[in-house]
Design a protein around this ligand. Structure first.
Ligand SMILES: *Cc1c(COP(=O)(O)O)cnc(C)c1O
Length: 495
């Protein structure tokens, strides 16, 4: 069984041992009140452990987590930046944490004010005319943005049904296009990573609803022809959609709205610092330009005159040509609150420094990793992430070996084998929150791995060596039917 040296909780303790004695408290009365047919027969096989055994078990397991609070986490495309504790402190305040969205609007004015002000800041940062904060993830924002585009196209009386997507795009882009009822069409990228304009020209007709572009792209490169692409699409009456997951490279320097984008989803859990990973809560606010505004989902927070004390009054509106609700109430309020605190504490100058440092750090890695023996996929200045490959490594040493060996050196691996258009890709995003010392330690580790690849490749093939679970079979791990995910009691009674 693969669970390292930590036994399952069911395998610990001893028959009859209990953590808490609840018998005297209320179970007897409860027992009497409960109708016969609802009572459990034989007791389930609960673990029989003492409270300290239980606490130690889960504490040990929690220490096996790897996160941004333990180590450098350069997972490309994910923007694993440090999340300031200030955000957590504010999100934990009773006045926020205990709010219920069904409370009277007049009693939750300051929550609405925060949402409204966050919308204003996002409009300014992205160069858009209106924002909705309701979507709860980047991919959810993509779906929302595309549904808004679809509604606007239908309102014009048109039937456009194609969405163009460069082959380097994140997998969520074609998936969202399908879910929104469009047909995704691939557009080739050039050897330098930019969108191939001839390929675009060929398929661009009156049936195209939109093109989705990630800028900077998932190759970590700025789309140099963005203005031209915007003009081509607009000339045909189509919309330009920005997958804004990579906004960290641009904040405070340039604005997607100014590049000609009509819609953008932002990933607050990436750019605006909320702990994420493992499917935790996020937020994917969507910004749009003028024509699309009436179709945004509701509720939309509006500033509605003043109350009797002269304070601004905010109300959630539900009318219009909106696509309707895409989530309960107002989205993930506490995630949005963290983004708000982050933006207020950074300020305009701080945000610009975020992008500057993120790009500087990525370029420092690009040049330094090249110097220790890795091939850089596109050797020109990158944005917030750099892309290398295993091409210069000895035969037999592959991307996965390098990534796994990094774990032994104390780092979370980079993103591997993505984007799909680059063979054996390693996508590295340092973010702005890392010091030069950390980056240098990472470069040293990568240099050591390049040396080991020549001198002792088996060290890489068998890595990781320091973890409770060593190299897993990636293929089998993706086939649930080959995995035993269930603990069973192996005893005489059951078998
Ligand atoms: C992370 C990411 C997404 C998806 O965002 P989620 O919040 O995980 O749904 C989409 N596109 C790109 C380029 C991303 O990096």
């Amino acid at each position: 069984m693969i669970h390292g040296s930590e036994k399952l909780i069911f395998e610990q303790g001893r028959a009859g041992r209990v953590g808490v004695d609840v018998e005297d408290v209320c179970l007897i009365e409860l027992d009497a009140a409960l109708p016969e047919e609802l009572r459990r027969g034989p007791l389930a096989d609960f673990p029989e452990v003492s409270e300290p055994e239980m606490v130690r078990h889960y504490t040990r397991l929690s220490q096996r987590n790897v996160g941004i609070d333990d180590t450098f986490y350069p997972l490309g495309s994910c923007t694993m930046k440090y999340n300031p504790r200030m955000n957590e402190t504010v999100a934990g305040m009773k006045g926020f944490a205990w709010l219920h969205p069904a409370m009277p609007v007049s009693e939750t004015q300051n929550a609405f004010r925060i949402l409204w002000e966050l919308e204003q800041m996002l409009k300014e940062i992205c160069g858009m005319d209106a924002f909705t904060l309701n979507p709860v993830a980047g991919a959810h924002g993509e779906l929302t943005g595309l549904k808004v585009i679809r509604a606007a196209i239908r309102a014009r009386g048109e039937k456009r049904d194609k969405v163009l997507i460069p082959t380097s795009a994140h997998g969520t882009n074609p998936a969202s296009a399908m879910l929104a009822g469009f047909t995704p069409i691939n557009i080739e990228v050039n050897p330098d990573g930019s969108v191939n304009l001839e390929a675009l020209e060929k398929v661009l007709d009156e049936n195209v609803a939109a093109m989705m572009i990630t800028n900077p792209s998932t190759l970590g490169l700025f789309e140099i022809n963005i203005k031209k692409i915007a003009d081509m699409l607009h000339a045909k009456g189509a919309f330009l959609y920005c997958d804004g997951a990579n906004l960290n490279a641009l904040v405070g320097i340039t604005r997607p709205g100014d590049m000609g984008f009509d819609v953008i989803q932002t990933n607050t859990h990436k750019t605006f610092s909320t702990p994420h990973g493992g499917g935790g809560p996020g937020a994917g606010p969507v910004g749009v330009k003028g024509e699309l505004t009436p179709f945004l989902p509701y509720p939309r927070i509006e500033k509605f005159g003043k109350d009797s004390y002269g304070n601004d009054f905010f109300i959630p509106m539900t009318e219009g040509r909106s696509i309707g609700r895409i989530h309960s109430y107002y989205g993930n309020f506490l995630v949005l609150l963290r983004a708000y605190v982050y933006l207020r504490t950074m300020g305009a100058r701080g945000l610009r420094e975020v992008a500057e440092a993120a790009v500087l750090n990525a370029n420092y890695l690009r040049v330094s990793l090249r110097d220790v023996g890795y091939r850089v996929a596109f050797d020109r200045p990158c944005m917030h992430e750099c892309l290398i490959t295993d091409e210069n490594m000895p035969k037999g040493v592959v991307t996965m070996d390098i990534a796994k060996r990094l774990i032994d050196k104390g780092f979370h691996p980079m993103t591997v084998y993505f984007p799909l258009t680059v063979h054996d890709a390693m996508l590295i995003e340092p973010t702005e929150t890392e010091t030069k010392e950390t980056l240098d330690a990472f470069i040293r580790a990568m240099g050591e791995i390049a040396e080991e690849a020549k001198a002792a490749p088996e060290l890489l093939h068998d890595a990781p060596h320091v973890t409770p679970v060593q190299r897993v079979d990636d293929v089998d791990a993706n086939r649930p039917k080959n995995l035993n995910m269930k603990w069973e009691v192996f005893c005489g009674i059951c078998s």
